[in-house]
Ligand binder design. Sequence first.
Ligand code: UDP
Length: 587
Amino acid sequence: MPKLKMPANLPDPIINENAKIVLKRRYQKKDAEGIVYETTKELFWRVASAIAEEEGKYKNSSCKPASLARDFYDLMTSYRFLPNSPTLMNAGTDIGQLAACFVLPVEDDIEGIFDAVKHAAMIHKSGGGTGFSFSRLRAKDSVVGSTGGVASGPLSFLKIFNCATEQIKQGGTRRGANMGILRVDHPDIMEFIKAKERDGDLNNFNLSIALTETFMKAVEKKEDYDLVAPNSGETVGTLNAREVFNILVQKAWESGDPGIVFLDRINRDNPTPKLGEIESTNPCGEQPLLPYEACNLGSINLGKCYAKGRNGKDSEVDWDELKRIVHLSVRFLDNVIDASQYPLEQITRMVETNRKIGLGVMGWADLLYQLKIPYNSQTAVDLAERVMKFVHDESRSASKILAAERGAFPAYPESTFGEANLGPYRNATTTTIAPTGTLSIIGGCSSGVEPLFALSFVRNVMDNDKLVETNPFFEQAVKDVDAYSGKLMEEIAKVGSIRKMDHLPEELRKIFVTSMDIEPIWHLKMQAAFQKFTDNAVSKTVNLPASATKEDIWDIYWKAYEYGCKGVTVYRDGSKTSQVLCTGDGD
Ligand code: UDP
C-alpha cells in the first residue's frame, strides 16, 4: 500500500457520467461483499502515489516523490494522460500487476502447451492480455515421436486456450483477451484462416495471419509459395499465394477475422534481435513483443493539447504543453515497470532487460474537431505525422534523460541502439498506439487515433449497460451555428452521422465526419502516418459500411502492406452479431 500521504488540499477529480459507471464497476476497490469503498479521488491518488514512490530509489533523480505524486495526480485527473487499465486497477494494491500486454511462447510439446495455458490464466487473472504464436506447433496429423500417434495441430490447442480464458474473469471484472497468430507458411494455415467462420467460435481470440515478404511477393506475382513443417524445417507442400490471400480477404469480409500482421517488417524494427525473434503481438495488435515479454502502455489525450493561437483567433496544437505531458508520462511509465509485479520469473527478467514502454495518443479526432480539420484530408494526415514525430522525439529525449539518471536498459549494448551508438536510452521502445477502449471512456475523449464511430451513439458496455454519448465538440459546434435542437440530436443518434443532413451547414458536415463517412483509404493513410513515428504498432480498425465489397478489403490489405503498416484489421458493419459500438438503439 502506498506510503505517501494524500495532501489535504488535493482537489476532487471531475468525473463524467459514463466514467463514473466504468470506474465504479472496474477500477475502484471493493470489499469482500463487492461494496465499493474507494472514492475516485482515492483511486487516482493510490495510482499516482504508488508510481511516484518508485522515484525514491533513484538517488540521482531530478524529482521528489511527493511533488511527483501530485504531478501524476494532476496529469491523470485532468485527463491529459492515463495509464493502461491494469495500472489504474492494480497500482498500490496487493495484485500489483500493471501491464496490459504480454506475449507467451507456445512450445511444440504437451508440457510447453499446457504451461502456456496456465501462464495465460495467471496473466488474465491480473488484468493483462496475452498474445501467442502457434507457429511452432507441428501440423495436424504429423507424427508424435514419443507415442507413435498423430498430432492434433495448432487449432485443436487454440480451442483449449479459448476455453480456459472463458472460465477466468479478470479480477471479477472482464474476460481475458488473446491474440492467436500463425505464420502463412504453416501447413495448417487454411484451417486457421477459416477458424472463426462460425459466429461465436474462438470468441476470446483475435486471429492474425503472419505474412512474410516472400508470401507478399508471391501474391503480387501470382506464384506458389512453400509450406514448411515447423518441427522439421522441411517443405511439405505449396499453395498459390494469390488464392490464399483471396480466401483471407473473403473471411475478413465475412467476419472481420483474421487480421494480418507483417512479421518481417515487425522484426526489422525489433530493437533487440539478439534476444530473440518477435513471433506475436498482444491481443489488439499494437504491441509486438518477444516471448515472455510484457509492456505497459499509457495514452496522452490530444484533445487537451489544443490552443487558441497567439492572435486569439487561429487555433493550433499546444506544443509546449504536449512536450511537458510526454516527459512526465515517460517517467510515469518507466516507474510503472519498477512498481509492477509480474506473474512469472521469466517475464520479470525480460521486462527488466528491455524496459519497453508504450506511450501513445487518444483524442485525435477530438483535436481535429477543435482545429476544424476533416479527418479525411491530407492536412490531417500531415498533422498526424507532425504530432507523432513530436511525441516520439520527445519520448526518446525523455528516455535519454532517464538513462542519465538511472542507467540504460540492460540490453542496450547489444541492442540496435547500442550497436549504432545512438543512446543510451532507458527503454528499448517508447511509443505504441493503443485502442484505449476503456481509457477513452474515462477520459471522455475519442479513442486512440480513430475517427468517431458516431457523433451521437449508444455504447454497450459490460453486462448490457447502455451509455448514450454525444461528442461535446460537435454539440458545441452545433450550438455555435445556432442549429441546435433536441430533435436534431435525436435524429443524429439514430444514424450517427450528419453527412446526409443537407439542412446543416456544409462546413459542419465536412469537419464532423465519422468512421463510416470516411473512405477506407483515409483510415489507412492515417494509420500509416502514425506508424511512421511509432516504435511498436498502431491499433486501428478500418471500419467499413455493410455494403463494402471483398475488393474493398483486398485493396485495404494490400495497401496496408504498401504503406508500411505493421498490420491491419477491418470491420464491416453488421458482420458480427454482437459489436461493441452501435448506432440506433444499441440492440
Ligand atoms: N486488454 C485486455 N483485455 C481487455 C481489453 C484490453 O487484455 O478487455 C489489453 C490488450 O492487450 C489490449 C491492451 O490491453 O491490446 C490495450 O487495450 P485498450 O487500450 O483498449 O485498454 P484500456 O487501457 O483502455 O482498458
